[in-house]
Ligand binder design. Structure first.
Ligand code: SAM
Length: 222
């Protein structure tokens, strides 16, 4: 298994930082679904600056936030104190989660588990299964093999994983890339409620750039 490496959130400023401070569009559907399911608590796994932990807490969930990056977590603690939100925060590596078996109704994990190699991703999925309650759900995203990063001449860790070599917050962070067959195999022990292939576009000075992710909603069996 390759070494885990979190994001260096101190490298992000201005507009590039602001986009990580607003919940992703998908958050609103998922939070509503989980309210309707009667879910009470949620883990923001790989919480970063905490945009989803904060939103979940404001939406009435009992929230735990977990990340390997101390500077991201410091920022989340600062905001939750300012906004008087009660969010449990823990620092660590997602391949060993410091939570009880069956502790969570739900897990929100946006653009996180791809920061492992293939064996690390499998270990994180085992951990997700362990800490979810029966009938609990996890929404997560995975980088797609169709995206530009998988086509780069970066150091190869295994058949699905490369080390990203772009200077900045993700420098030398492992990136795992998936396809539908691999996803169906990774989540064979879960009920896959939805699997979508999403292309996101960003405006740049000289036009647009885009990246592809899989968005996966899974339910643990009873
Ligand atoms: C792309 S950011 C996403 C942050 C957040 N989920 C969001 O949507 O705003 C990925 C996050 O995963 C964290 N991360 C990467 N590897 C990790 C690991 N092994 N254990 C825990 N967190 C990790 C990084 O530190 C970073 O904060």
């Amino acid at each position: 298994m390759t070494d885990s490496k979190g994001w260096d959130w101190k490298q992000l400023e201005g507009e590039r930082k602001r986009m990580w401070q607003e919940p992703a569009i998908e958050y609103y559907y998922i939070a509503k679904r989980w309210k309707n399911e009667g879910f009470k608590n949620s883990l923001d796994l790989g919480s970063g600056l905490g945009r989803h932990a904060i939103a979940l807490a404001k939406d009435g969930f009992k929230v735990s936030a977990f990340d390997i990056s101390e500077d991201g977590m410091e920022e989340l603690k600062k905001v939750s104190k300012e906004e008087n939100l009660d969010i449990d925060t823990k620092i660590g590596d997602m391949i060993n989660l410091p939570y009880e078996d069956g502790e969570f109704d739900s897990i929100f994990c946006y653009n996180v588990i791809s920061h492992q190699d293939t064996s690390g991703v499998k270990k994180v999925i085992e951990e997700i299964k362990r800490v979810l309650k029966p009938d609990g759900e996890c929404f997560l995203t995975l980088q797609s093999k169709s995206t530009w990063g998988f086509k780069q001449d970066w150091p190869v860790i295994d058949e699905n994983t490369k080390l990203k070599m772009v200077p900045g917050e993700e420098y030398e962070v492992p990136h795992f890339y998936a396809d539908p067959d691999l996803i169906r195999d990774l989540f064979k022990d879960f009920n896959i409620i939805s699997l979508r292939h999403i292309e996101n576009f960003w405006k740049k000075e000289d036009g647009y750039t885009s990246s592809f992710h899989y968005h996966v909603l899974i339910k643990k069996d009873k």
